[in-house]
Design a protein around this ligand. Structure first.
Ligand code: HEC
Length: 125
């Protein structure tokens, strides 16, 4: 089972990977927990980066401010690999890719309503 999973991860080309985690309330909540722990220090609890710890941290509530792209994949990559010199890579701190996808969903929930994805029902697990 674990082997099959690994195989699936290797076979799916990174560039075309869409967000496998539905944009649901549950996912947004899980993403928020990870965000508060790892990201709020620079981007603020509300994502607006008004705390000025790092003066140039992106206002995450404004997709127009992103220079690395606003697709799920691009946001995922910014988090996993970092962005320019001042946005750290989180691949070694947030080891579960699913958790990174939850954070992507949380970040999208901060956007103006018209730009948010449609809310999906929580997966029944
Ligand atoms: C040490 C401070 C710091 C921490 C911690 C941090 N960031 Fe950032 N982040 C930045 C800075 C600074 C930028 C702007 C980088 C640039 O564009 O030069 C940025 C940019 C971004 C961007 C926008 C990239 C783009 O397209 O322009 C996203 C998305 C982002 N951060 C998400 C996160 C998430 C999610 C976390 C937590 C997992 C996080 N950041 C933690 C400082 C931080």
């Amino acid at each position: 089972m674990r082997f099959l999973l690994l195989l699936a991860i290797v076979v799916v080309p990174a560039a075309s990977a869409a967000n496998p985690v539905p944009y649901s309330k549950k996912s947004i909540g899980q993403g928020r927990n990870v965000y508060i722990r790892h990201c709020a220090g620079c981007h603020g609890n509300d994502g607006k980066a008004t705390v000025d710890v790092v003066a140039d941290a992106t206002d995450l509530t404004n997709p127009k401010a992103y220079t690395g792209g606003t697709s799920d994949d691009e946001i995922f990559r910014s988090i996993r690999d970092g962005r320019n010199a001042s946005m750290p890579a989180f691949a070694s701190q947030i080891r579960s890719e699913t958790d990174i996808w939850h954070v992507v969903n949380f970040i999208r929930s901060l956007w103006p309503e018209a730009q948010r994805p449609a809310l999906q029902p929580d997966p029944k697990d």
